[in-house]
Design a protein around this ligand. Structure first.
Ligand code: TXA
Ligand code: MG
Length: 330
């Protein structure tokens, strides 16, 4: 299949919407990462998303909307907590999990009785979704287990020839995927941390939010089980910023014939070493995280990342970094 590369002019947006309604796959930008869109009402189209990504069929998809009025078509009930979140926090880099309408296909929800819903904040995402005129399922537009794409060139790397079109918009501002918040039971729970913090959510719903941090905890979010965000080369993660330990590990790798790189905040601290800046602020680290992994995997044979940030966004970054490194902590 010849993938079309479209812009955000009116004609291309209309074409992208039509492709979706015809059952094709179209990748599009959001504020978090690029998504791989399909018509949520078309089961065949949704199924083809799993094929294009090589994604296990028991990992459910998020349904994307441009208007809050679409929610009742997707969720069969909206509890008071959910209503507050919808009114006060959406649109945002946030996904909520609610009881599903019977009309929502089991292919989308992987057989669960709940459905994930997200209204993106990015104007380009909402313009696309509006042009589709239907709710759109969209996982991140990467091959399964690879780092999520945060610009259209990285989408092309994984999806060229496999999907009908890529909408070539801006690079993603946030850089890591949305916070997934389960509101389908009485206990609000964050299943995947992201830019919208537990504190922000707790302030809106007026009660504490449980955060699932240990992937071994029994959770009803199948996605957390899988290998994720992994670069093509091995990766180690340092969490204490111990310069000597990092330098020793680097030198051991060199002695073994590796060409390693340090992904660190202050590259000046490691003269003579291959270095790449991870970012000075948590926002910068998140924004560049997946792009850095995709850049460095092509130039080096081992990535050693060091991250010592703190705060709610740091927790989300750590969640991604730990998975990228396959729990290989230095
Ligand atoms: O930022 C994002 O959320 C991006 C953009 C494109 O919107 N999308 C994204 O989709 O990250 P994906 O498929 O890569 O991740 C969806 C996550 C998975 O961890 C999945 O298990 C979880 O959401 N999920 C989906 N439906 C669920 C449900 N009904 N219950 C619990 N978790 C669910
Ligand atoms: Mg993903």
């Amino acid at each position: 299949m010849q993938t079309k590369y479209l812009t955000f002019c009116d004609q291309h947006l209309a074409q992208a919407g039509q492709l979706i309604r015809e059952g094709q796959l179209v990748a599009f930008p959001t504020e978090t990462v690029y998504g791989l869109g399909a018509n949520a009402w078309d089961e065949q189209a949704v199924l083809s998303t799993f094929q294009a990504k090589g994604r296990p069929s028991d990992n459910p998809l998020i349904v994307h909307i441009w208007d809050k009025g679409q929610i009742p078509q997707i969720a069969r009930s909206i509890c008071d907590m959910a209503q507050k979140v919808i009114d006060q926090l959406m649109p945002a880099p946030l996904t909520i999990v609610l009881p599903k309408q019977p009309t929502i296909s089991n292919v989308i929800t992987a057989g669960l009785d709940t459905v994930a819903i997200r209204m993106p904040m990015s104007k380009q995402a909402r313009d696309f979704l509006q042009a589709c005129q239907v709710p759109v399922t969209a996982p991140s537009a990467n091959t399964s287990s690879r780092p999520s794409p945060t610009n259209w060139q990285r989408v092309a790397e994984d999806m060229d020839g496999k999907i009908a079109a890529v909408l070539c918009g801006d690079a993603c501002q946030v850089g890591i995927e949305s916070t997934v918040l389960d509101l389908s039971t009485d206990t609000p729970r964050i299943l995947r941390p992201g830019m919208v913090s537990p504190q922000q959510i707790a302030a809106v719903i007026g009660q504490p939010v449980q955060v699932i941090t240990n992937p071994k905890d029994k959770v009803n979010s199948p996605g957390v089980r899988y290998k994720h965000y992994a670069p093509k080369v091995p990766m180690a993660l340092n969490l204490d910023g111990d310069k000597q330990k990092i330098a020793d590990f680097y030198n051991q790798l060199v002695a073994l014939g590796h060409n390693p790189v340090l992904l660190v905040a202050d590259t000046n601290q490691y003269p003579g070493f291959n270095c790449h800046p991870i970012g000075k602020t948590n926002q910068q680290v998140a924004h560049n995280l997946f792009e850095n992994l995709r850049l460095l995997e092509n130039k080096y044979t081992y990535i050693i990342a060091s991250f010592v940030g703190t705060g709610p966004l740091a927790d989300s970054i750590l969640n991604r970094l730990t998975k990228s490194a396959g729990n290989n902590i230095l």
